[in-house]
Write a protein that binds this ligand. Structure first.
Ligand code: ADE
Length: 270
């Protein structure tokens, strides 16, 4: 037995990996590739689904689920925030991953099906609050662990991921993303990154490109056309990321050690 396997067996280190996915069509190829089964919901009030496998009990996948009113996947930042909180509270991940699809930038050399790991940061591009302090808060600028060695080993790209609550973009969004060289535009990563940061849980996103936001083709058309192929690519690379983390360990935020969560000033009356 190698040292890492011995430490895992003795419970000296933990390798619980939780993959959070917004849409079922993005998630199911990963569920199938990892041989997972539906366990149930994470909370009675939300349709958030938990998948796991008997063979690899340290790997969990959580899907935001379908909105009971509108019958579509619960995309964007509010469901992602709740799901991230429940993932951390219920499953205690050593690392939280967000796998999903994203818009790319032709001007930055992206093509449909490219996969990005979020590095160096994850931002919000549609929380425009031009007041000192609030401006920075709005952008978020959440740092990710140094995933460049993982990206190199897996033959995928790295770049900052940028989150907003719209599939389409207005000029101001595009200008803001240009400012920090956003490479993948999604609707969840920064919301999840914020929750992970509160709990000191390392986080990074894995994003497969379905559409190019700086071309004439409407993003919704390209998204629907390319969702299945990009999701297949996403599953392939997500499984490889999981295998990499299983054999190399969990990267910490500062590249060295994992911070322990701090719980301060919890109201003793509740
Ligand atoms: N997911 C896939 N394409 C996207 C886009 N253009 N914007 C936001 N989220 C996306």
């Amino acid at each position: 037995m190698h040292l890492r396997e011995t430490e895992l067996a003795l419970g000296l280190i933990d390798n619980t990996i939780v993959i959070l996915v917004a849409m079922k069509p993005e998630a199911m190829p990963i569920v199938e590739a990892l041989g997972m089964e539906l366990g149930g919901r994470l909370h009675p009030c939300y349709p958030i689904e938990h998948y796991s496998s008997v063979k690899r009990p340290h790997i969990h996948l959580v899907i935001n689920g379908v909105c009971p009113r509108f019958g579509v996947d619960n995309v964007a930042s509010q469901p992602a925030t709740i799901a991230a909180f429940l993932c951390i509270e219920r499953l205690h991940p050593s690392i939280l991953l967000n796998a999903g699809t994203a818009g790319g930038f032709q001007s930055a050399g992206s093509s449909i099906g490219d996969v990005y790991l979020s590095y160096p940061k994850v931002y919000f591009h549609d929380r425009r609050i031009p007041i000192p302090g609030f401006q920075e808060f709005g952008l978020g600028s959440y740092p990710c662990p140094d995933v460049r060695p993982i990206a190199k080993a897996l033959g995928v790209k790295t770049g900052s991921v940028s989150t907003g609550n719209s599939l389409s973009s207005i000029t101001e969004d595009l200008e803001i993303m240009k400012g920090y060289e956003g490479r993948a535009k999604d609707m969840e990563a920064a919301a999840i990154a914020w929750v992970a940061e509160q709990h000191h849980v390392p986080f990074f996103a894995i994003k497969a490109i379905t559409d190019l936001v700086d071309t004439d083709k409407p993003v919704q058309e390209a998204f629907l056309e390319n969702l299945a192929t990009a999701s297949a690519q996403l599953a392939l690379k997500t499984v490889e990321v999981v295998e990499y983390l299983e054999s190399h360990g969990i990267p910490a935020l500062d590249g060295t050690e994992r911070m322990e969560p701090k719980c301060e000033a919890i109201d003793p009356r509740i």
